[in-house]
Design a protein. Structure first.
Length: 411
């Protein structure tokens, strides 16, 4: 069973790595093309009929790039499509959501102090909310199709604030913020799958048939691409938030999540304005800094009890608590780990339990059996730098206890 846990851990690592790699590829291409489009010189009468051009240098070579507002006169022989970066990011992200939050629902997704849910109820709400995100956003785009884009973004912001509050009323704080990121990322990837790519295919089909493409398809695709550009930075923040309890486990976590979207927009506004050669609105950085300070201030309020600290002896936790050697492990963990992993850490410089993990009671220690086994038994990651001098015999005792539990639960 211990070997199975290790295999499962490496599966999660592989999927997480894939998700990060594909996200870098998607975000990189998105940022590049938005910057390129904004920076094109459109004041030149180009013989090719292109809308604008740009000369760039990179890697020792010079690149001459032209953009056609609708399409070139003839279909190019070789056309590069940018879509799999988006699809792979969403698919790997959803796979990671399944591995960590769905299969580990009792630990990461559900918080009984927030709402009593079964695993299937929580998973159902999660999946349904992601689908709702796309339907709500796409409906807004159709309702405000002729409105100023700022009005549309404000309407979307209202939806995001509402979902921030909703998720914190349903899931654990950790899962709530990550789901808000997944909610937004689903909108972004669906933009590519349902709008941007189909519109580009229509244009290509018209070119192949000798018809002049309707410019509305390119205009709509550009609108959705711009929305993705402004939503990217908040998604990155939310995806990283699960590593920081001061973000997800505070009383005002839903407000913090809402303010993160404003920070992302203000940062991207500076870059987009700069790339368009319309000046350098440095006020956006002052606004971003002010929002960040406000977020830090909100997080400084007394944190509500971390869900994991309210562990109850049931399910797999009960099996671990009943296994031979548990009493010895409790003594080891309380002596070597609980000075940091406590509701009120005693280690100087630590204000909150690292990663929100509290290891003070038998129930809490049994509930965190897998983490203790991986971090202090199999590896020497904890205690960091072995500051509390955990002995090899103590690590061996942790490994023996975990394996004696004999549960087949991979989470």
């Amino acid at each position: 069973m211990g070997e199975w846990i290790l295999v499962w851990e490496w599966v999660e690592i592989a999927v997480r790595w894939l998700h990060v790699i594909t996200a870098i590829a998607w975000i990189g291409s998105s940022f590049y093309f938005i910057a390129l489009d904004l920076g094109l010189h459109r004041d030149r009468n180009l013989a090719s009929g292109a809308d604008g051009e740009e000369w760039q240098v990179h890697g020792g070579g010079f690149y001459h790039i032209q953009k056609y507002l609708v399409a070139p006169a003839a279909m190019p022989d070789h056309l590069v499509w940018f879509k799999w970066e988006s699809y792979s990011t969403w698919l790997s992200g959803f796979a990671l959501l399944v591995l960590v939050y769905y299969m580990g629902a009792e630990l990461y997704l559900i918080d009984p102090s927030v709402l009593e849910l079964t695993t299937w109820q929580a998973v159902g709400i999660s999946v349904a909310s992601l689908a709702f995100g796309w339907v709500a956003y796409n409906t807004l785009c159709k309702v405000f199709v002729n409105a100023n884009q700022t009005v549309l973004m404000l309407a979307l912001f209202v939806v995001l604030v509402g979902m921030s509050w909703f998720y914190t009323q349903v899931f654990s704080g950790r899962a709530a913020l990550l789901h808000l990121g997944a909610f937004t990322a689903t909108i972004m990837s669906a933009n590519v799958f349902f709008i941007i790519m189909p519109n580009q295919r229509i244009v290509v089909a018209d070119l192949k048939a000798g018809r002049k493409p309707d410019p509305k398809y390119g205009k709509i695709a550009k609108q959705r691409s711009t929305h993705n550009n402004y939503l990217t930075l908040p998604v990155i923040f939310l995806m990283l938030s699960n590593h920081y309890p001061m973000v997800f486990a505070t009383e005002f976590n839903w407000i913090i999540a809402s303010l993160v979207f404003l920070m992302g927009v203000s940062i991207r506004h500076w870059f987009n304005t700069h790339h368009a050669r319309k000046g350098n609105p440095h006020w956006t950085w002052a606004l971003t800094a002010a929002l960040f300070v406000l977020i830090a201030w909100l997080s400084s309020y007394p944190m509500r009890t971390v869900p994991e600290a309210e562990a109850r002896l049931e399910g797999a936790a009960l099996v671990y608590a009943s296994a031979e050697g548990f009493e010895e492990v409790v003594g080891i963990v309380q002596g070597r780990c609980s000075m940091c992993h406590a509701a009120e850490p005693g280690w100087e410089g630590i204000a909150w339990p690292p990663k929100g993990v509290v290891l003070e009671t038998e129930a809490q220690i049994a509930h965190e059996a897998k983490r203790i086994y991986l971090q202090s038994g199999v590896s020497h990651a904890m205690p960091p730098g072995n500051l509390s001098y955990m002995e090899p015999e103590e690590r061996a005792a942790i490994v023996d206890w975990f394996r004696r539990a004999g549960t087949d639960d991979p989470i």
